[in-house]
Write a protein that binds this ligand. Structure first.
Ligand SMILES: [Zn+2]
Length: 275
């Protein structure tokens, strides 16, 4: 699955990309909805995301999977709540305009002290959160068994997909996602409510993200160690952590993929996997 998603995701994240894989989307059961918002700030995001065809790009990614039932991907106004979720009863992934607004407000005006650009700090988290919620949707719709916390599994699936981008783009997205996790983590106190939550603490989610990234390519992500972002003690086993997660995802999703269709498109368009 991860290899199959590589190119479609890469194309989906190119600003203003047009339809990348009409052959795969055709006949898919995925509906995209840009709910028209009322708040002026949300309207600006609505226009930008529509022009960038964000949801269409995500649909292209998800349509690599053969779904037994319909799925809706939508951007919506959420009464001021900066949130995102998957609702099994309506089989829909929702990301709030308010979440994207929050991501934009937290992003550096230009570049962060660690070198994360504003663009990276916005695109990274938006891609990560959509793929995380879509992970929940795939577990549910495909009846994929989840051992361990589902929230961790959804994070792992999102990260594994992001790491299959071309290396330079993967670094940008990982850096941007790490920036948001670190931003949330700085405000988080290890109190009862957070410790008891189904999600890990943001600082833990940050290190899990960085560990998978480093484990996927120790040379490309060496800077995470050099900068002190990822402790050496954790880093020692990240290669094994990555291999274990990648193997699990591959085995769990392989039979749900449209391999034949992907292969035909690959031959017709002559693209090469980026890794
Ligand atoms: Zn979740």
């Amino acid at each position: 699955m991860i290899r199959a998603l590589l190119l479609v995701l890469a194309l989906a994240l190119v600003p203003c990309a047009g339809p990348a894989w009409p052959g795969i989307v055709h006949g898919s059961r995925i509906r995209v909805v840009y709910q028209t918002p009322k708040a002026p700030e949300a309207q600006a995001i609505y226009r930008e995301m529509r022009s960038r065809r964000l949801l269409e790009g995500l649909r292209e990614i998800v349509s690599v999977v053969r779904l037994p039932q319909a799925l809706t991907l939508r951007l919506a106004e959420c009464n001021g709540e900066a949130n995102a979720w998957y609702a099994p009863e309506t089989q829909s992934v929702t990301v709030c305009y308010e979440f994207i607004q929050d991501v934009r407000e937290r992003a550096p005006t230009d570049t962060s002290p660690a070198g994360v650009t504003r663009h990276e700090a916005i695109v990274g988290p938006v891609a990560q959160v959509f793929l995380h919620e879509t992970g929940h949707a795939l577990f549910h719709l495909l009846d994929v068994p989840v051992l361990g916390r589902e929230e961790d599994a959804a994070d792992q699936l999102a990260t594994l997909i992001l790491l299959r981008l071309k290396p330079a783009q993967a670094r940008q997205i990982i850096n941007g996602s790490a920036f948001l996790f670190a931003s949330y983590g700085a405000e988080e106190k290890p109190e009862k409510e957070g410790l008891a939550d189904a999600h890990g603490l943001f600082q833990q989610r940050l290190y899990n993200l960085l560990c998978l990234a480093y484990g996927s390519d120790e040379r490309a992500f060496r800077y995470l160690i050099d900068r002190g972002d990822l402790p050496k003690e954790r880093a020692e086993n990240c290669g094994a952590e990555y291999d274990q997660a990648a193997l699990a995802m591959d085995r769990l999703f392989r039979r749900h993929l449209r391999w034949g269709q992907i292969e035909r498109e690959r031959v017709r368009r002559g693209f090469r996997w980026a890794r």
